[in-house]
Design a protein around this ligand. Sequence first.
Ligand SMILES: Cc1cc2nc3c(=O)[nH]c(=O)nc-3n(C[C@H](O)[C@H](O)[C@H](O)COP(=O)(O)OP(=O)(O)OC[C@H]3O[C@@H](n4cnc5c(N)ncnc54)[C@H](O)[C@@H]3O)c2cc1C
Length: 419
Amino acid sequence: MTVPTYDVILVGGGIPGLTLACGLRASGLRIAVVEAQSEAQVGDRPVAYALSPLSAKIFQAVGVWQMIAPAITHFPKVVLSDADYPHRVVFTPADLGEPAVYYCAEHRVLQRALQNQVAVDPDITSYYETRVQEVVYDDPLAEVVVETGQGRHHLAAPLVVAADGMRSQLRQWAGIKTDGWDYWQSCITALVSPVQSHQDIAYERFWPSGPFAILPLPHNRCQVVWVAPHAEAKAITALPPDQFMAAMEERYGAHAGSLTLLSPPRVFPARLMHSRRYCQPRLALLGDAAHHGHPVGGQGLNLGIRDAATLAQVLVTAQQQHQDLGDLKVLRRYGRRRRLENGGVLLFTDVLNRTFSNRWWPIVVFRRRVLRVMIGWSPLRRWMLRLMTGLWGTPLPPTAEGVVAAPGGRPHTQRLRNG
Ligand SMILES: Cc1cc2nc3c(=O)[nH]c(=O)nc-3n(C[C@H](O)[C@H](O)[C@H](O)COP(=O)(O)OP(=O)(O)OC[C@H]3O[C@@H](n4cnc5c(N)ncnc54)[C@H](O)[C@@H]3O)c2cc1C
């Protein structure tokens, strides 16, 4: 039996994984995407993400932005405030020199656009409902053992990319250790619709119990991200619907009028996790497999998208120089760049959360002084925004700008058969 052989096997067909696949389009590299869920299931997640302008540029470079842009919100303002303190920081596109301060996109919109792009590329083969069970790292190829429900099969490639989420099995099998901790907080997400128009304005309001974010979506809907200590979050979500909405409206503020709940609230424990290494021979970690942080500031997916852009660039350069894609020297170029930036952002979000989820008066006085300085002094406001958006030097993937999947192209999804 011949083992199907690729240049890269990507395990996990979520947004960072497929961004990498799209970033490698037109490189001539043969890619296999192995995803445990079905194509429909993986796109069916009732959640929306704050997307940074750098993520938008990366989506432009990989050719999916034209599909995404009409279906998402472009924020003309992001308002940052500290509980009832009346002075608020307002970020505008002028602070960045970009068309929008931030964007907000539903998971299904991003996932479908990437899936459509991948499906028509003859060099990318997608294996859905296919779970990786084991990886054997050898020279010159790593062999990936997968389970399809119809038995076990083997795939091989010089490089395996683990984009299999925070509990990455590939990372654990490879013995890569992580650092981190559980926060005392959980994160409640829900989709609501306010009576008044949200005007595409996003809010992040810090309360002593945790940040509360309102992310506007098309059709006057908003994704709410509400952070509170575990017991409080549990109690809030256990409230009868009318009391839950009353508590939400109190946090949300009077500017929106009453709210209608569109999706049942979901609760996630907040944690920080950072892999000690991003690579080893024939393996690279990507997205939540490598890092996971506090939800404040909506950074997680944005970091994963930047990982994908950087890894795409490193791999295409290595291919042009006829280097082994699984060589540690090649993979370290990716690991070094991304681990440093991701570590900085994880630390920054941790400090931000601890500084604002705090009632100790010296800290309260300090942070309110900083807010006042940010309001009056635009360089600090710009610096903060650039830090959060990553507009400092992440390379864009080397794909043709604006190449969009041809409608009706040949889908390239494959089922592995026995024998
Ligand atoms: C409440 C909350 C709010 C958030 N808000 C934001 C935000 O506003 N902005 C932002 O940037 N980020 C946000 N994030 C973070 C963001 O959701 C994650 O960073 C992102 O989803 C990680 O994507 P991933 O593909 O790396 O991992 P996942 O989404 O976990 O995907 C992993 C994929 O791998 C597949 N898989 C797993 N194991 C195997 C296997 N053995 N074989 C084959 N396939 C496998 C899974 O089926 C899955 O499809 C938020 C997170 C939470 C919890």
